[in-house]
Design a protein around this ligand. Structure first.
Ligand SMILES: *Cc1c(COP(=O)(O)O)cnc(C)c1O
Length: 427
């Protein structure tokens, strides 16, 4: 493949944009090499500025669940934008969006639109703190909730370890309020709540961890957290920015039958436009300004064009059998990759939920962040590049989930498995 244009663009970008990118993982730092620059995308495919085409398993990091540039999404955006790009007064699409989210996700009786997943999680913990009058937040090792100060906290060993900020610029006085425990560890959560349950405003979790590859909850784990939060008067916050509308129409909370107090969304509800949302019980959300005192605002929040893209996407994923088909595609892909690795004699394991998957260069099972870290990431990096050369774009990190869209058909899956066979052979 020729990458001349991408290389030139990246050289220019490096001069002017930190690391040459506007979001760190795009820089290919963990897999090595240089990123390609996109020219256009359609269905399951991305095309770069040098004319190379890739089957895309990143899907803009989640939003493109119906495939890139879906004609119905583009038509909705085109129609809406002709009436103006932003009004600064309410518009009807915001109401339609609130109706759609609250109908699909019953735990959300009220919802507020924001512009990113980061804003959604920041706002949700503000509500948790404001509503409970408590300050501490609990999160899990390996879970990512956007780049808000309270979430950039390194996991310490031991349950009661005080959070250490893992980014300069995060005051330790704030990071100290974030407690980090191990995902899928029942006892760690019980112990923490027994010790300081009365100080915990909220526990925030990716119900399926998609930012440490793809780790599924053990049986009863989410229910255990629900019970602990209820018992100690802390709010359970499901960060469904990635899993929402993907692993089931109603997200992980529907798939596992858990009712969180607050939920955060992003990615899919924007259909590719910058959108986030947070919602929950009426009594909690009614405390948000201007109906209550907990302040949160946004000049472009509820943007009509973004709402149109999101609503068109929500309509597509409500087609009968949509998520079942997504699950089948994910399984065929993962089974095929595992078979190809087995034939090549390579230690390899996949985890999957409908529309998302994790790849590990180790034997299974993978149920904890420690398990995920046990994957041979040097091997993943070689695999990543071998696949890229064969026209398959995987997430450029051994610790990011991959995504399948409804545009990934049998041909794309078969081509991906063929590419994997050839790539495994080079390892
Ligand atoms: C992507 C993501 C976020 C952050 O969303 P942005 O739109 O990138 O700010 C938060 N939580 C989870 C689980 C995510 O996957």
């Amino acid at each position: 493949m020729n990458h001349t244009q991408s290389h030139d663009l990246f050289t220019r970008a490096l001069e002017l944009i930190p690391g040459g990118v506007n979001s760190p993982v795009r820089a290919f730092k963990s897999v090595g090499g240089e990123p390609f620059f996109a020219q256009r995308a359609e269905g399951a495919y991305l095309q770069d500025v040098d004319g190379n085409r890739y089957i895309d398993y990143v899907g803009s990091w989640g939003p493109m669940i119906a495939g890139h540039a879906h004609p119905k999404v583009l038509a909705a955006v085109e129609k809406t934008m002709r009436d103006g790009l932003s009004f600064g007064v309410p518009n009807a699409l915001e109401v339609t969006m609130a109706e759609a989210i609250t109908a699909i996700v019953p735990s959300c009786e009220m919802v507020r639109m924001v512009n990113s997943g980061t804003e959604a999680t920041l706002s949700a913990i503000r509500v948790a703190r404001g509503a409970t009058g408590r300050n501490r937040i609990v999160k899990f090792e390996g879970c990512y909730h956007g780049h808000g100060d309270s979430f950039l906290v390194k996991a310490g060993s031991g349950v009661m370890t005080l959070g250490l900020p893992n980014s300069p610029g995060v005051p330790s006085a704030l990071a100290d309020l974030t407690m980090t425990i191990a995902y899928n560890d029942f006892d760690a959560a019980t112990k923490l709540f027994e010790e300081i349950g009365g100080e915990i405003a909220g526990l925030i979790i990716e119900p399926i961890v998609g930012n440490a590859n793809c780790i599924l909850p053990r049986d009863g784990y989410l229910q255990h957290l629900r019970e602990l939060c209820t018992k100690h008067g802390a709010l359970l916050i499901f960060d469904e920015v990635m899993t929402g509308f993907r692993v089931a129409l109603g997200g992980a909370q529907q798939r596992y039958g858990i009712t969180p107090d607050l939920s955060t969304f992003g990615k899919i509800i924007g259909g590719g436009m910058p959108v986030g949302a947070y919602g929950g019980r009426r009594e909690l959300m009614a405390q948000v300004a201007p109906s209550g005192p907990i302040y949160q605002a946004g000049t472009l929040s509820g943007n009509p064009v973004a709402m149109a893209a999101g609503l068109a996407t929500l309509e597509l994923i409500q087609a009968p059998g949509f998520h079942e088909a997504l699950e089948r595609t994910t399984n065929v892909l993962c089974d095929g990759l595992e078979a190809a690795a087995r034939d090549a004699g390579i230690a390899f394991h996949t985890t999957r939920a409908p529309g998302m998957f994790g790849l590990y260069f180790r034997e299974g099972p993978v149920e904890t962040f420690e398990d995920a870290k046990g994957s041979d990431s040097a091997r993943f990096n070689r695999f990543f590049h071998a696949m890229l050369e064969r026209g398959v774009y995987l997430a450029p990190s051994a610790f990011e989930a991959g995504f399948v869209s409804s545009a990934h058909g049998e041909a794309e899956i078969a081509a991906t498995i063929d590419a994997a066979r050839a790539s495994f052979a080079t390892l």
